[in-house]
Design a protein around this ligand. Structure first.
Ligand SMILES: NC(=O)C1=CN([C@@H]2O[C@H](COP(=O)(O)OP(=O)(O)OC[C@H]3O[C@@H](n4cnc5c(N)ncnc54)[C@H](O)[C@@H]3O)[C@@H](O)[C@H]2O)C=CC1
Ligand SMILES: O=C(CO)COP(=O)(O)O
Length: 333
């Protein structure tokens, strides 16, 4: 049985970066369906033909032979499941440009962790608007692309509009080393992925500034409280943040040097301010100020996200932000 009855059971992954390549690899390795990785670069098609790898995204990792790599968007026509694995700020443009190829019965799954920067909107809303579709799903949770592609055990979450749809997608995309848990909370799952990146930057700042492991533990648990307030205010389930897409991913990215967000935060912490840092490379740097803006509009208290946003935007430095956080009124946990 396919997840989308009007389409065939092929899976197409759009975006041949690290995460898209990894997701295409595990889906192809499971052998449940034909899988195509759709790239915009002909050189990636050629490299895969010659080496069996996508070294531009995942150097040295062999990909399954049964994977197909293509630069022809017509492969999307009739595909039952389409994964959108490009960065958050590229989701709208990608949806707009691929709108004519994606069938009305396809299950589109967003595999990015962010919020639209210019509008503060959820990526599900953005992609649904551009594709004129409803029921766009979200895949999120703890899992580095390289770990997934190497076949290391990984568990993530797939959230759809309704648990039955989410369960079908989880079955279709899980494999021997990659386990997806279904959820019906699309808001909580996607906001968990966006906000944990901001908190991973905060943890990096703590590490880079030498503030200690105790500070990081405090950040993780107070950060989780912030996440749950924000998720509830945006109409999601506060409890979702305790699962893989919230706490699970926060712990992973706040503690592993594989995380780009953590490494970016370490650089900020080491230098004491955003002077001279490029923010464009990590998702959390895009999410921080928009999440802080939305939180203010909703009346949600998010001091850690505010502090990260102010540091990234050059409005304050690490030392001042820390002093402000530590001098906040004492409140009940
Ligand atoms: N790398 C990782 O370990 C993980 C990444 N993610 C998320 O996946 C998303 C993508 O991250 P990565 O793959 O690491 O980034 P990446 O920078 O390795 O790859 C992004 C890819 O998207 C492509 N792209 C950009 N705009 C496009 C468009 N309009 N149409 C088609 N393709 C487009 C780029 O050419 C590039 O190949 C991010 O939101 C990230 O947070 C989630 C879990 C793990
Ligand atoms: O989301 C990730 C792992 O779950 C990847 O994190 P980075 O984008 O910080 O590398």
């Amino acid at each position: 049985m396919t997840a989308a009855s009007a389409q065939d059971n092929r899976i197409v992954v759009v975006g041949s970066g690290a995460f898209g390549t990894a997701l295409a690899a595990v889906a192809a390795a499971s052998g449940k369906a034909a899988v195509t990785l759709l790239t915009r670069r002909e050189s990636i098609v050629e490299d895969f033909k010659q080496t069996g790898r996508n070294d531009s995204a995942l150097p040295g990792i062999d990909l399954p032979e049964r994977l197909t790599v293509s630069d022809d968007p017509t492969v999307l026509e009739g595909a039952g499941i389409v994964l959108f694995a490009m960065p958050s700020q590229a989701q709208r443009e990608a949806a707009r440009s691929l709108h004519g190829f994606i069938g009305k019965g396809a299950d589109v799954v967003i595999c990015a962790k962010g919020i639209e920067r210019v509008s503060g909107r959820l990526l599900t809303d953005v992609v649904e608007e551009e594709l004129h579709l409803q029921n766009v799903a979200v895949l999120s949770g703890p899992g580095f692309a390289a770990d997934i592609a190497k076949g290391l055990p990984t568990a993530m979450v797939i959230a759809a509009n309704g648990i039955e749809r989410a369960s079908l997608l989880a079955e279709a995309l899980s494999g021997a080393t990659f386990r997806l848990y279904p959820s019906a909370d699309r808001i909580g799952v996607q906001l968990g992925g966006a906000l944990k990146n901001v908190l991973a930057i905060a943890c990096g700042i703590v590490e880079g500034a030498g503030l200690g492991d105790s500070a990081r533990a405090a950040l993780i648990s107070r950060g989780l409280a912030e996440m749950s307030r924000f998720v509830a205010a945006r109409g999601g389930e506060a409890d979702t943040v305790r699962g893989l897409s919230g706490l699970g991913d926060l712990v992973l990215t706040a503690t592993s040097h594989q995380s780009r967000n953590l490494r970016y935060g370490i650089a900020l912490g080491a230098s004491g301010s955003a002077k001279g840092q490029t923010r464009e490379l990590v998702e959390g740097a895009f999410a921080a100020s928009v999440a802080a803006d939305v939180a203010r509009q909703l009346g949600v208290d998010m001091p850690l996200t505010e502090a990260v946003a102010a540091i990234i935007d050059g409005k304050t430095d690490v030392k001042t932000a820390l002093e402000q956080l530590m001098s906040r009124p004492i409140t009940q946990e």
